[in-house]
Structure formats: structure tokens, C-alpha cells
Design a protein around this ligand. Structure first.
Ligand SMILES: Nc1ncnc2c1ncn2[C@@H]1O[C@H](COP(=O)(O)OP(=O)(O)O)[C@@H](O)[C@H]1O
Ligand SMILES: [Mg+2]
Length: 252
């Protein structure tokens, strides 16, 4: 089943064309790694998927529901606000900068949105939140504030917080790029676990070893386009496009 269907997505910032006809379908349980040079549009694409940015042209379907599509006049139309919000809630997102609420404890960070946005009862979400903290290895940090955590711990809290909304899809935008190298492993481990549980995931990453090992499909983006995609073996082992070859030579 298609969890994400993006067709011919165009996006400009002022006169800068950032996405030039991106099409991507993601099946349930698939783990997609997006790689590519800085400025190629990777973050913008992820942000378009959950409406942090709006698209100029194209079709976006999430879990079979249409979030945005070109109308008969060629203008993109988004689903009505309540419907669009409901659709986008199926996606959890984890950012490079963890974006935890500094004035809330770890547990409160996890339960805030489920309670205020989804209307879940506190007594129902607390056990789930504790289970998620256990899963990312941070149950003992339940009652501390984010300022007391390392970067790796913060990012694991951010992952647990996104999961507390019970998403069908997880989007990761360079989740380890802000971390000291010795802290990336614990975050990648939490993500690997999630992949093993067949969470549908799109991961923008510079961690080529992780992409190679965990992704079902690797997408190489450059200059607002998908230049090449395939299995990790194909893209890393025998890339067919010169731009992919040049990029991999630089980063590996
Ligand atoms: N909000 C914005 N306003 C104007 N330009 C932007 C904005 N966000 C991103 N860009 C530009 O769009 C291009 C793609 O950015 P981005 O999607 O962040 O690339 P990547 O994540 O691959 O590094 C870059 O040239 C960037 O400067
Ligand atoms: Mg980016």
C-alpha cells in the first residue's frame, strides 16, 4: 500500500526553483534514505510532505488521502484545513535541532501534543509515553528537563515525542547532523529499531553507512531533482549517474 505519493512536485522560494518536479512513492513499511548535497532541496521536500511548506504544483497523497492537488485552473488546492491537519498528523517529524520544549520535562514533552492536539486522556497517554521512553532507553530521564540531557538523549526524546502521536510515517531531517560523532550511534540505533518494526520512514541523512544498512531504497537528490534511486547496493555500489558518482566520491 502507498503511504506517500508525491507526483511532480514544484516549489519556488521567490524566484529560486527549489523542487523541480519531484515524484516519489513510498510503500507501507519502506525505509527511504534521501542523500544529496546541501541546498539540493531535501529539507524542502520533507517539509512539503507535512505542509510545513506549501507546494506550487503537483499532487500529494498521504495514506490514500489527497493533501494537495492541481485544480482545473492549474493552481494547487489543499484539502480543507481540518482535513489537511488530520492528514498531516499521520506523519511525525524529527529535525536536526531537536526542538524540545525547554520548560517541560521529558515526559511532559511527550504527552503535551497527544493531550492538547489529539484529546487523549492523560492517564491513557502516560503509560504509552513511558513505554516509548523505555524503547529509546530514557525512562530514567522521565522527569528531567531537556537542558540536563546530552544531544543524543535530546534527539531520542524528540523521536519518542513524535512517536507518541502514533504516526503512520516518520520523517527525519538529518537527525544526527547536530550531534557530536560519539552520540550519533545511540540515535541511529533508535531509528534502526523503528525500521525493524516496519515503520514507514523517510530519512534525510549524511550517514551513508546507516543508509546502506537500513534503507530499502536510496534516493539521490541534486539541484531540486531526483537524479537517481535504487537499492543501497545499486546506488552506493554502482551508481549510474555522473552526479551521483561525484557526490559519493566526495562523501564516502
Ligand atoms: N524558507 C526559505 N526561503 C528562501 N529560500 C529557502 C527557504 N528554505 C530553503 N531555501 C533555499 O532552498 C534551497 C534548498 O534548501 P533545502 O531544502 O534546505 O536543501 P537541503 O535540505 O538539501 O540542504 C536552498 O537554496 C535554500 O537556500
Ligand atoms: Mg536540509
Amino acid at each position: 500500500m502507498n503511504m506517500i505519493k508525491a507526483m511532480n512536485i514544484y516549489k519556488q522560494f521567490n524566484h529560486l526553483e527549489v523542487l523541480k518536479g519531484i515524484s516519489l512513492e513510498v510503500n507501507k513499511g519502506e525505509v527511504i534514505a534521501i542523500i544529496g548535497p546541501s541546498g539540493s532541496g531535501k529539507s524542502t521536500f520533507l517539509r512539503c510532505l507535512n505542509r510545513l511548506e506549501t507546494i506550487d504544483q503537483g499532487i500529494l497523497e498521504i495514506g490514500g488521502d489527497t493533501l494537495a492537488a492541481n485544480g482545473p485552473d492549474g493552481q494547487v488546492r489543499y484539502a480543507p484545513e481540518a482535513e489537511a491537519r488530520r492528514i498531516c498528523r499521520r506523519m511525525g517529524m524529527v529535525f536536526q535541532q531537536f526542538n524540545l520544549f525547554p520548560h517541560l520535562t521529558v515526559l511532559e514533552n511527550l504527552i503535551e501534543a497527544p493531550i492538547t492536539v489529539q484529546g487523549v486522556k492523560r492517564e491513557d497517554i502516560v503509560p504509552q509515553a513511558e513505554e516509548l521512553l523505555g524503547k529509546v532507553g530514557l525512562l530514567e530521564k522521565r522527569d528531567v528537563y531537556p537542558s540536563r540531557l546530552s544531544g543524543g538523549q535530546k534527539q531520542r526524546v524528540a523521536i519518542a515525542r513524535a512517536l507518541a502521536m502514533n504516526p503512520d510515517i516518520m520523517l527525519f531531517d538529518e537527525p544526527t547532523s547536530a550531534l557530536d560523532p560519539e552520540l550519533t550511534g545511540e540515535v541511529l540505533k533508535a531509528m534502526r529499531k523503528l525500521a525493524e518494526e516496519h515503520m514507514t520512514m523517510i530519512v534525510v541523512t549524511h550517514e551513508m553507512a546507516f543508509a546502506r544498512e537500513v534503507a530499502n531504497r536510496v534516493i539521490f537528490m541534486d539541484n531540486g531533482e531526483i537524479v537517481e534511486q535504487g537499492t543501497p547496493e545499486a546506488v552506493f555500489g554502482s551508481p549510474s549517474q555522473p552526479r551521483t558518482q561525484a557526490f559519493l566520491q566526495r562523501v564516502v
